[in-house]
Design a protein around this ligand. Structure first.
Ligand SMILES: C[S@@+](CC[C@H](N)C(=O)[O-])C[C@H]1O[C@@H](n2cnc3c(N)ncnc32)[C@H](O)[C@@H]1O
Ligand code: SF4
Length: 430
């Protein structure tokens, strides 16, 4: 695969999902009355059968300079204890609502931060309360994000016993020099040992995260990273481009687009060639059966998301909400889940149909049925993306090409802009 930098399909490459959907015409709801509106949504049964549960644990033993997530290190123990109690109380509070009880959740995801940075008995208590109060689908996938230095056989045993069946592990790179410069604990040898600890401890669905475009990363060091992936007992690998922090601080993200594309292409080719693996989303590859990632594919299928915890983002029907990222302020919401949104936005109902187009840019494919339905609105965008070689037609459906995966966030932005025009009544292009 080659990229002709003289003929790039977009001027700037978008790398984060928030950049990609920023053109959507969401209307912010006034702070006063927000809890009442949220409660009234939760009082209705679910409209979307695809439902995910996300729990944000914003703590880390040590923070990394490059990380863009809402996370805190070294908070006093009593804050963590109150946080765990608040999350459990909010699970109970959310579970009392008709929206939560009306359909089963297909996947649960503990993200962070580093959920395993809290004592394992507390994490297990949260998993137990989900099992007790929230309706979960048969074989529900329960994923916990973790970091190498937290992994021990006793942790894996307690998580497996509680019902956790998937671990998502931040590795970023196996290159010890780059790891050191990022302030990452553990070396490549320890990473391999800890991954075996997880697999032998009874959690066989293990996905690791790698980042490309890190300072001093070369095609050689990246190729070595990809070789390591092939040798480890893992079922999946997510590959992210390094994203800069909104305030420009942290790890430098200056990278030549040709090098960035070469790194992406090397990962795409190698990970697709692993026996039994396939591409799951523009950034994720995994074993087609053992590497099930219901949470990840649910995201790409526009699932509703019940999100709990400080700095979590969820969506229900036509509403999107964000909870307070400040832990102490978040703790002020105590047990009432309906009071947790700090920001809430809504969008026209028509969005629910139009947003199926994101199954192409965030999930790889637009089904034959949705392609037929959405052609009238997105026809000129599909034509442009086809001309650029970013998408192609196959069995009367649409699919992202490998180059399209590299530009996936820009493609989402094209769709978001079109949706914005349609919802605001500007249909001049059609
Ligand atoms: C919320 S973090 C949790 C990872 C886990 N705490 C760890 O450190 O191993 C999830 C993933 O986001 C990715 N990530 C964080 N900051 C990033 C950035 N600036 N650019 C790209 N990916 C990033 C990393 O791959 C990371 O593993
Ligand atoms: S990468 Fe993981 S450990 Fe590092 S700051 Fe982010 S969430 Fe914490």
């Amino acid at each position: 695969m080659m990229l002709n930098s003289m003929e790039l399909p977009f001027k700037t490459r978008f790398k984060s999902p928030t950049q990609a959907r920023r053109a959507l015409p969401f209307r912010p709801l006034p702070a006063s009355g927000m809890a009442k509106i949220f409660q009234s949504i939760l009082n209705q049964p679910a409209q979307n059968p695809e439902r995910l549960l996300y729990i944000h644990i914003p703590f880390c033993s040590k923070t990394c300079s490059f990380c863009i997530y809402n996370r805190y290190a070294n908070l006093p123990e009593h804050i963590i204890t109150s946080y765990v109690e608040t999350i459990i109380n909010q699970i109970r509070s959310a579970a009392k609502t008709p929206w939560v009880q009306s359909a089963p959740f297909k996947a649960v995801y503990f993200g962070g931060g580093t959920p395993t940075a809290i004592p394992s008995k507390d994490l297990v208590r949260i998993v137990d309360s989900i099992n007790q109060y929230i309706p979960l689908a048969n074989g529900c996938e329960i994923t916990v994000e973790s970091t190498i230095s937290n992994i021990s056989s006793s942790l894996v045993k307690s998580l497996a016993e509680a019902g956790v069946n998937r671990i998502s592990l931040g590795v970023q790179t196996f290159d010890n020099t780059i790891r050191e410069s990022l302030g990452r604990e553990s070396n490549s040898e320890t990473i391999a040992t800890k991954i075996r600890t997880i697999s032998q401890g009874g959690i066989s669905n293990i996905c690791i995260d790698l980042i490309y475009g890190l300072p001093n990363q070369t095609i050689e060091s990246w190729t070595a990273d990809l070789e390591m992936v092939q040798q480890l007992p893992i079922t999946g690998c997510s590959v992210y481009p390094l994203v800069s922090k909104p305030n420009g601080q942290g790890t430098s993200t200056e990278i030549d687009i040709d090098l960035e594309y070469k790194l992406f292409a090397a990962a795409h080719t190698t990970l697709n060639s692993i026996n039994g693996w396939q591409q799951l989303t523009p950034v994720q590859y995994g074993h087609s059966t053992n590497g099930k990632a219901i949470y990840v594919s649910g995201h790409g299928q526009n699932a509703d998301m019940l999100a709990l915890g400080a700095g979590a983002g969820g969506r229900i029907n036509t509403h999107t909400y964000f909870t307070n990222p400040n832990v102490e302020e978040f703790l002020g919401c105590k047990a009432n889940f309906a009071q947790t949104p700090k920001i809430m936005m809504s969008i026209d109902k028509e969005f629910l149909n139009l947003s199926k187009v994101f199954t192409l840019s965030e999930g790889l494919r637009l089904s034959k049925q949705n392609y037929q339905k959405l052609k009238g609105v997105f026809g000129s965008d599909f034509d442009y993306l086809k001309e650029q070689g970013l998408i192609f037609e196959i069995n009367e459906s649409l699919q992202l090409s490998p180059t399209g995966c590299f530009w996936a966030a820009n493609i989402s932005d094209v769709f978001a802009q079109r949706i914005g025009k349609v919802l605001q009544g500007d249909t001049a292009n059609h």
